[in-house]
Design a protein around this ligand. Structure first.
Ligand code: BYC
Ligand code: FE
Ligand code: FE
Length: 471
């Protein structure tokens, strides 16, 4: 399953055998590059960046590292190998062979799912556009760029599906991917989290921890899809996603480590004067990114999600590992709901609660990471612990968007919220402080004072390596 790099668009889908599709994608390619130049990483086109490129879609194939100028990165179309015997695992089409074409009756739903997924990818690149200016080290700069080129490739993955399987509509949607922009007043990105700013590296690490993790769970659900090309695209994307979450978890972990070191060295909890980010401020950023990302799972009770599941378009995470009949007819699932001024648990039809179930899986996964951060604090001898806020906190989608809740999940009045929310979410002052720490460090082996150096290596290259060359 090697990737053909001799073609203009690297691929493992035998693109040259479909001239029409090849031409459509070759027409889209310069528009993508124009978009990258205009809204991708700022002032980065001349840098030599030590990037990995996929050489095969097999597990061991991930290993080619070399210096690349990003505009010359080989974005392409890579699907995991096809399994000709694959059958559908859930919904009314359960047991039937997976689809190699889009059934006419599901065309618009599938298109919508693919467009929503695809839209997030370039959005994140736009959000992260200026971070290169303030990188804490060359190691981190390289990781940022690695994430950016891979999100660019994820856009290619969805654009391929649109152009290959959705005809004229698909071509129009592919164009629109480059016309909506993060935070744009007139043509914003589709999902709210992707219109927020990512103005500093703390936000970037929180984003890759919390928001890229939504990517992991959504992609895992789409990987269950009966539409086999979508499933195979998402499976390969998931192999790239693991690195993004590593960047987030280790990035925040290194900040926590540095903060604790400063606390010990200076015998104080308030390390701002020492140029560190105090733990309560980190908790506020965590609260913000968790709550904004929780919205990405949609409404708790969703007929869209029920339809997607019932018609075998989008499954649950790891469908094959779940021990039930994979139909969800006549079964229930516990969901938190509002009842007057209380939050109560109610059993809801499981089919309508698919979004909430995925959010539950997500929260559990987030919590594991938070525990690992807490271990760092504990090992440094401090009592402070991070905590995920309650899911009702600071929500804009679903039941809880109509009320205010504190991080513990107590419903509070508008008045209380107005008085207290800046104890829980970053204030302008917090943001200004964090921004003030964002001074670029671009000498090999050096690092900013608010974050600890990494422990691991990239392809056996240690932290001192010149991961990005400014010629
Ligand atoms: N913002 O029935 P509901 C990633 C709308 S991240 C704005 O619950 P559904 C990445 C909704 O559209 C993964 N609007 O909706 C990470 C609907 O509108 P209509 C991205 C929202 O469809 C980092 C209405 O509210 N992938 O890859 O069940 C870096 C009713 O809601 C939002 C996907 O999302 C929102 N947050 O659930 C780079 C997978 N939530 O019909 C990349 C594809 C809901 O009333 N998308 N609405 O007009 C989906 O599966 C679904 O669209 C959603 C929403 C789960 C997002
Ligand atoms: Fe992605
Ligand atoms: Fe990602």
């Amino acid at each position: 399953m090697n990737i053909n790099y001799s073609e203009k668009i690297p691929n493992n889908v035998d693109l040259s055998s479909d001239r029409r599709l090849q031409r459509a994608l070759e027409q889209w390619q310069p528009k993508f590059l124009e978009w990258w130049d205009e809204l991708g990483p700022d002032k980065s086109s001349e840098l030599d960046v030590y990037l990995r490129t996929a050489i095969s879609v097999e597990k061991e194939g991930w290993a080619h590292f070399d210096y690349v100028k990003m505009p010359e990165y080989r974005w392409g179309i890579f699907l995991t190998p096809s399994d000709p015997n694959r059958t559908i695992d859930f919904g009314i089409h359960k047991g039937q062979p997976a689809w190699q074409e889009v059934p006419g009756e599901y065309r618009s739903e599938l298109r919508r799912l693919i467009v929503t997924q695809g839209d997030t990818e370039p959005a994140s690149v736009e959000q992260q556009r200026y971070l290169g200016k303030t990188c804490p080290s060359l190691y981190d700069l390289r990781n940022l760029f690695q994430v950016n080129v891979e999100e660019g490739r994820h856009l290619w993955a969805m654009v391929y599906l649109l152009q290959a399987y959705f005809g004229r509509d698909g071509r129009e949607e592919a164009e629109a991917m480059l016309e909506r922009h993060s935070g744009d007043q007139d043509k914003p990105r589709i999902l709210d989290a992707f219109n927020e700013e990512t103005p500093d590296w703390l936000s970037f690490f929180m984003f890759t921890f919390f928001t890229d993790r939504d990517g992991k769970f959504q992609l895992a659900s789409l990987a269950e899809s009966a539409f086999d090309p979508l499933s195979r695209s998402c499976r390969f994307m998931l192999t790239e996603e693991a690195h993004h979450m590593f960047v987030g978890e280790s990035g925040v972990g290194r900040i926590v480590q540095r903060t604790c070191d400063l606390m010990n060295q200076h015998k104080t909890d308030d390390v701002r004067e020492q140029g560190g980010i105090d733990l309560p401020t980190l908790q506020k950023y965590l609260n913000f990114h968790f709550s904004v990302s929780a919205d990405l799972f949609g409404q708790e009770i969703s007929t869209n999600a029920a339809t997607y599941y019932n018609t075998s378009l989008k499954g649950r995470m790891a469908e094959a590992k779940i021990d039930d009949n994979h139909l969800l007819h006549d079964t229930s699932y516990p969901v938190l709901e509002l009842s007057g001024d209380k939050i109560i648990k109610t059993d809801c039809p499981a089919l309508n609660a698919v979004n909430e179930r995925l959010r539950d899986d997500y929260i559990e996964d987030c919590d594991l990471g938070v525990r690992r951060w807490n271990k760092i604090i504990e090992n440094s001898g401090h009592d402070f612990r991070f905590k995920l806020p309650h899911r009702a906190f600071n929500r804009n989608i679903g039941h809880f968007s109509t009320i205010h809740a504190d991080p513990e999940g107590n419903i509070i009045t508008q008045d209380e919220w107005d008085r207290k929310h800046l104890e829980w979410l970053p204030s302008q002052e917090d943001r200004t402080f964090v921004q003030s720490l964002m001074q670029p460090v671009t000498e090999p082996g050096e690092i900013a004072g608010w974050i600890a150096p990494p422990k691991g290596k990239i392809n056996r290259q240690s932290f001192e390596f010149e991961f990005v060359c400014f010629n």
